[in-house]
Structures are given as structure tokens and as C-alpha cells.
Design a protein around this ligand. Structure first.
Ligand SMILES: [Fe+2]
Ligand SMILES: [Fe+2]
Length: 207
């Protein structure tokens, strides 16, 4: 296979262009899991002759490189499979390592180094607790052990869907998320908080 789209997981923020991409590249296959196919079918079924089912630990030869599937240590969807590019050492980590950032400029920066270190760490821990709330039920030592395969892959760069490129920062990122089990659980605003927010908004002039 020489052309493939890799669906890290079938959450809506990752699937919007899939059918257009499959139309635009009729020879390309869509790498996903059996579960990914099932979840996608709730919206619109994938053409089964275009998919390539790949589980964590399996790999795919795409001609000039091998893509190795792995389960990122944090994930929000059971179909999640990250990809490690054997040729460049680049790792696509799906949602893992994401962070809400203060401005659109920071979110679209060329390098995560543009984000102040403390803000990055706090943002990644917040993201971890929002996106993977199960982290608080996990044995901290077992979670730490789950970081080891990624550490051994030693990616040259980590491309998270929700973070600027992180080049040469694997240890830093792993160190940050190692604190996720002990971070404060996220609780979203409730109705009272929403009403308080709405009360502070300026009334809209009507004619
Ligand atoms: Fe997601
Ligand atoms: Fe996402």
C-alpha cells in the first residue's frame, strides 16, 4: 500500500474530511480499527473495501516507511490507535498530549516551545483530566509503566491533534502527563454557573 489515511480515532473533530478524502484519493485506504468502522457507521458507513484494520502493536508498510500502531497512554475513544513513522521518528499521538491554549496564535504555532512552560504543563494536565477522566481511577504506578513503550520509541517529534508540534520534547511531555492521575479532576460549569455567565453578558439591543 502506498497511500493511506490514518484515522487515529473516530471522534467528530477528527472525521469531518474523511469521505471527501476518500473521494479525492480513490486508491488510498483508511486505516482504522474494527471498532472505528462500527462507530463511523452511526453517521455514514465506511466502504469496507477501502478500510485497513490495524490494532495497536501492528504495523503497515507504506512503501518508503513503516507506520507502527500504538495505544497512546491517554485517549478518549476505545478505537484510538496512534502512529509512529519508522523513517522520521515522528509520532502521531491522537488526542494525547493536547492542551487548551490561551490564544489562537499559540494554538497554531509552529512549535510548542512558543507556549510558556508553566502554561503548557497546566494546560496539558487540564486536557488530560477533561479528555481522559478515567485517569483518576488508574493505579499511578501502572499508568507510569504505560508510558514506557512511548519512551522507548523515542520519537523525534510528537504531533498531537490538539497541540503545536513538539520537537525533541518527548521526555518533557511524558513527565507532564505522568502527573495526570494526581491532578485535580475536572468538573464542568453547571446550570447555575451558566446562568451567572449569561447574566454578565451585555443585553443585545433589539428594535
Ligand atoms: Fe477525541
Ligand atoms: Fe480530538
Amino acid at each position: 500500500m502506498t497511500m493511506a489515511f490514518w484515522l487515529t480515532h473516530p471522534d467528530r473533530d477528527h472525521t469531518g474530511g474523511i469521505f471527501d478524502l476518500l473521494d479525492a484519493a480513490p486508491l488510498a485506504r483508511l486505516v482504522t480499527t474494527y471498532l472505528g468502522v462500527g462507530i463511523m457507521s452511526t453517521e455514514r458507513p465506511l466502504p469496507l473495501d477501502r478500510v485497513f484494520l490495524l490494532n495497536p502493536g501492528q504495523s503497515l508498510d507504506v512503501g518508503d516507511r513503516t507506520l507502527i500502531g500504538f495505544r497512546p497512554p491517554l485517549f478518549d475513544n476505545p478505537a484510538t490507535v496512534g502512529a509512529f513513522d519508522s523513517r522520521t521518528g515522528v509520532c502521531f499521538s491522537s488526542d494525547c498530549f493536547g492542551a487548551p491554549l490561551a490564544t489562537a496564535e499559540l494554538a497554531s504555532a509552529d512549535d510548542v516551545g512558543e507556549v510558556p512552560g508553566n502554561d503548557l504543563r497546566a494546560g496539558q494536565l487540564l486536557w488530560a483530566t477533561v479528555d481522559s477522566p478515567w485517569i483518576h481511577m488508574v493505579d499511578a504506578d501502572r499508568f507510569l509503566a504505560s508510558l514506557q513503550p512511548l519512551r522507548e520509541m523515542a520519537p523525534s517529534a510528537i504531533l498531537s491533534t490538539h497541540l503545536p508540534p513538539a520537537i525533541g520534547r518527548t521526555e518533557q511531555l511524558l513527565d507532564t502527563i505522568s502527573g495526570a492521575p494526581m491532578a485535580d479532576p475536572f468538573v464542568g460549569p453547571d446550570q447555575a454557573a451558566l446562568e451567572q455567565m449569561l447574566a454578565t453578558f451585555e443585553p443585545v439591543a433589539t428594535r
